[in-house]
Design a protein around this ligand. Structure first.
Ligand code: HPA
Length: 266
C-alpha cells in the first residue's frame, strides 16, 4: 500500500495538475524545471522502486513558465516483475494528489517504414498485447467502474492540442497505434511482421498499464513515443538497450520542445 498521507505531506502544499511520465532516456525535461522539489520513490512508504538503467526513480515537481508540473523520472515496467496492480496504485496516487492530466512518454520501436528512428509519434490508440492488466482483481467503485470505456483513452482534445502545437512549431509528429509487449526481450522478426498485420505502428514495453489505470480513475491521457529503432527484421542490425537510449536521445529534442510548448499553453 502506498502511504498517501505521507505522499501528501511530502508534496509540501504543491498542487500540480499535470504529470509527465518520462521514458527511457527521456528524463531531460525534469532538469529544466524551476523551483524544483524532488521526492525520491524510496522516501514514499509502499512505493515501488525502478530497477532499469536510464531510469532514475523520483518525482520532480517544478515550474515551466509558472505552470507547475510533476515529472516521474523512472517508471515501472511489468517485465521488472512488479505486480501489475502496483502500476494502478501509482497512477491512483497521482489522482489522489490532484493530477488531472497525464502526459506519457516512452521509447518504442517503429513498425512503420515511414516513421524513422529519432522521430516522435503521437499515440492515438493501443493494442494491449502484454497479456496483463493492472486492474485485475476486485474493483473499487470509488476509484472507477469495473467495466470502463476506452474509446477516448487517448483524449481527442489533448491530441488535437498537441497536433496544433506541432504544426505551429514545425515539429514532425507522426501518429499511430502503439502495441505493448510484456518484454523484456526485443521481439522476433516474425512477431514484428505479425504486429504490422495487426495494425501497430510502434511497439514497446510500457505505457498501456498506465493508460488503463489513468482512464479508469478519470485522468486524461496524452501519450507520445520516441521512436528509437526499427523493429526486428525491418532493420538489419541486432537491437540493444544502448541503441534505444541513443535513439531516445535523438528524439528527445523534438519531444521536449513539443511538451514544453504544450505546458506553456495550459
Ligand atoms: N521493441 C520493444 N520495446 C522497445 C523497442 C523495440 O523495438 N525499442 C524501444 N523500446
Amino acid at each position: 500500500m502506498i502511504d498517501l498521507n505521507q505522499l501528501h505531506n511530502l508534496m509540501q502544499g504543491h498542487k500540480p495538475e499535470t504529470a509527465i511520465i518520462l521514458g527511457s532516456g527521456l528524463g531531460g525535461i525534469a532538469d529544466i524545471l524551476q523551483d524544483k522539489l524532488i521526492i525520491k520513490y524510496e522516501e514514499i512508504s509502499g512505493f515501488p522502486r525502478s530497477t532499469v538503467a536510464g531510469h532514475n526513480g523520483q518525482f520532480v515537481i517544478g515550474k515551466i513558465d509558472n505552470k507547475e508540473i510533476l515529472c516521474m523520472q523512472g517508471r515501472f515496467h511489468l517485465y521488472e516483475g512488479h505486480n501489475p496492480e502496483i502500476i494502478a496504485k501509482v497512477i491512483q496516487a497521482l489522482k489522489y494528489i490532484g493530477i488531472k492530466q497525464l502526459i506519457i512518454t516512452n521509447a518504442a520501436g517503429s513498425l512503420n517504414p515511414d516513421f524513422h528512428p529519432g522521430e516522435i509519434m503521437l499515440i492515438t490508440d493501443h493494442i494491449n498485447f502484454s497479456g496483463c492488466n493492472p486492474l485485475l482483481g476486485a474493483n473499487d467503485e470509488k476509484i472507477g467502474p469495473r467495466f470502463f470505456d476506452m474509446s477516448n483513452a487517448y483524449d481527442k482534445e489533448l491530441q488535437e492540442k498537441a497536433r496544433n502545437i506541432a504544426k505551429r512549431k514545425n515539429i514532425n509528429l507522426h501518429e499511430g497505434t502503439y502495441l505493448m509487449v510484456l518484454g523484456p526481450n526485443f521481439e522476433t522478426a516474425a512477431e514484428i511482421r505479425a504486429f504490422r498485420i495487426l495494425g501497430a505502428d510502434a511497439v514497446g514495453m510500457s505505457t498501456v498499464p498506465e493508460v488503463l489505470a489513468a482512464v479508469h480513475c478519470g485522468i486524461k491521457v496524452l501519450a507520445i513515443s520516441a521512436l528509437t529503432n526499427f523493429g526486428t527484421g525491418i532493420q538489419a542490425t541486432p537491437l540493444s538497450h544502448e541503441e534505444t537510449l541513443s535513439g531516445a536521445a535523438k528524439a528527445s529534442g523534438s519531444l521536449t520542445d513539443l511538451i514544453i510548448n504544450y505546458i506553456k499553453e495550459e
